[in-house]
Design a binder for this molecule. Structure first.
Ligand code: NG6
Ligand code: CA
Length: 517
């Protein structure tokens, strides 16, 4: 073969390789995870709510898979988010409980993460919304670079509420810096009162637009007292009423800029976490008070993101997930009428418990996947969990999680895509904020291990059923979704098997088999 011919051939070959990987890349869907905060299984209409309608979420459920055994991995925010992004159960790592205002970055750079995996697959990656996984080391430098942070664990871009809306400061973080921070008005954040005359929810309680019920009585911003103290950063502060609009605006901007390449957007709404302050246009939209307003607002966000995908012609190129970070709570520290206006609405649906606990209500949440044209609409009882996104989306994008990472993430892609017969997980460990209490769901069975005898305060949610006396108790969820009847005595062999399985899961340090894809 002569030289020019060789050149022509190798050019042709290169073009073919480029074209085929471009085709493969084009088949990789964008990934949009929309995660709500404190939204319960029974809080949306496609899961049975009557007092509030959620047409946008219901539409996704109609067009995709609605899971009846979809879970987050923990019943508070920080551990669920840690597990979602790392694919490792949070109880395996110290310091993964609810993060304080000045908490350091919990996910260390170098850790295998979902965004890092997707970045390797060529995705553009962004986190927009609530973070609550700490920033900086050993503490956030609010006036300088907030490093490490999301950009050091696989995200290309972030636009964040750094902690929670009830924890200071009420400022956005964009990439590595507090947005709109005036250097002449530095931001100070701390856990002691900065001066005797610093107004707080205790000293200026009569000025509050939403009163607190427990905790939440420190620095006041926007007429609401919070957890923690801060001063400065006046121009950088947001209005709670504008958070949802901000997430949607920033997400639209970022999706538009990245629409021509595969992208992964982690859209983390603060709705329906306290203080529940929806935009004025959503206030009073249900009989449930601010808690209902925020459900409507969250649904609006889901609808806006769906519209964006439609408008950009991306609905058939995008796998959307809607889920929640933990189960529901009514009074979580503010007097917003959630208890008084509840009526017969059941935030956890048929399940027992809610936020902070290991009963099903703590972690079984709304969970929907939609990929138009690729997922056949279905209702699925496969067990899937937010901890599984890492291994499942690695499989979807032709990646393998690092052997020493994503220790509990299982590839349940077939279940997430609604493939008939896909079983999902055969077991799932459920944790609370890290007290040592655990749930173990295995098929129709649920083992509960209570090391800390915790009960919700009466205004958090109703759980009138007595706590079991034994450390381990056993429930058959198919007959008893409310986990009322302990079947340990009737099925000692199941109790023994699951107790041993739970101990192994804890001791082994991982549950994704080494070498598993
Ligand atoms: C608790 C707060 C609660 C909420 C929770 C974290 C008090 C009395 N309670 O400590 O209001 O902020 O932490 O919620 O302060 S989470 O959904 O972000 O995990
Ligand atoms: Ca939460």
């Amino acid at each position: 073969m002569n030289r020019p011919m060789q050149h022509a051939l190798s050019a042709l070959l290169a073009a073919c390789v480029a074209a085929s990987s471009a085709v493969r890349a084009a088949e990789r869907p964008n990934l949009l995870i929309i995660i709500a905060d404190d939204l319960g299984y029974g809080d949306v209409s496609c899961y049975g709510a009557k007092a509030v309608q959620t047409p946008a979420i219901d539409r996704l459920a109609r067009e995709g898979v609605r899971f009846t055994s979809g879970y987050c991995s923990a019943s508070t925010c920080t551990p669920t988010r840690f597990s979602l992004l790392t694919g490792t159960y949070a109880f395996r790592r110290k310091g993964t409980g609810i993060a304080p205002p000045n908490g350091p970055a919990i996910i260390q750079p170098g850790t295998e993460t979902l965004p890092a995996i997707l970045k390797r697959a060529g995705y553009a990656t962004a986190a927009i919304g609530k973070w609550h996984l700490g920033l900086g080391d050993p503490a956030p430098d609010w006036n300088g670079e907030l490093r490490p942070g999301p950009l050091d664990i696989g995200f290309d871009h972030c636009f964040l509420l750094p902690t929670t809306n009830d924890r200071v400061p009420q400022t956005f973080v964009e990439d590595r810096r507090v947005k709109n921070l005036d250097p002449g008005d530095p931001l100070w954040v701390g856990d002691t009162k900065p001066s005797d005359d610093h107004p707080t929810g205790l000293t200026h309680r009569d000025t509050l637009k939403m009163d607190w019920s427990h905790g939440h009585n420190q620095t006041i911003h926007n007429g609401i007292s919070r957890i923690g103290f801060y001063t400065g950063g006046t121009k950088a502060r947001f209005r709670d009423e504008d958070l949802a609009d901000t997430w949607v605006r920033e997400s639209n901007r970022w999706i538009e800029a990245n629409k021509d390449r595969p992208f992964f957007l982690y859209f983390a709404s603060q709705d329906i976490h306290v203080p529940r302050i929806a935009h004025e246009r959503f206030q009073g939209r249900t009989t449930l008070g601010p808690r209902g307003d925020c459900i409507v607002q969250f649904d609006w966000c889901v609808g806006e993101m769906t519209k964006t995908l439609d408008r950009l012609g991306l609905a058939e190129k995008t796998l959307v997930v809607v889920c929640s970070d933990n189960g529901p709570v009514l009074d979580d520290g503010y007097q917003d009428g959630a208890v008084e206006k509840l009526g017969d609405h059941r935030p956890a649906g048929p399940f027992r418990g809610g936020k902070y606990g290991v009963w099903e209500g703590g972690t079984r949440t709304p969970f929907i996947t939609r990929w138009k044209g690729r997922i056949a609409p279905a209702v699925s009882d496969a067990i899937v969990c937010t901890v599984d996104f890492a291994a499942s989306f690695a499989a979807l994008t032709g990646q393998t999680p690092a052997a020493d990472g994503c220790l509990d993430s299982l590839n349940v892609l077939d279940a997430l895509l609604g493939k008939p017969g896909a079983k999902g997980r055969d077991h799932l460990l459920q944790q609370d904020n890290g007290s040592g209490n655990f749930g173990l769901r295995a098929g129709e069975w649920k083992l509960v291990r209570l090391d800390r005898r915790w009960r919700p305060q009466s205004r958090m949610y109703r759980d009138d059923w007595p706590l079991p006396a034994a450390r381990h108790t056993l429930y058959k969820l198919t007959d008893d979704p409310g986990e009322r009847t302990d079947l340990s005595a009737a099925h000692p062999e199941v109790l023994e098997r699951l107790t041993a399985q739970l101990e192994r899961l804890i001791q082994d340090g991982r549950s994704r088999p080494a070498g598993a894809p």
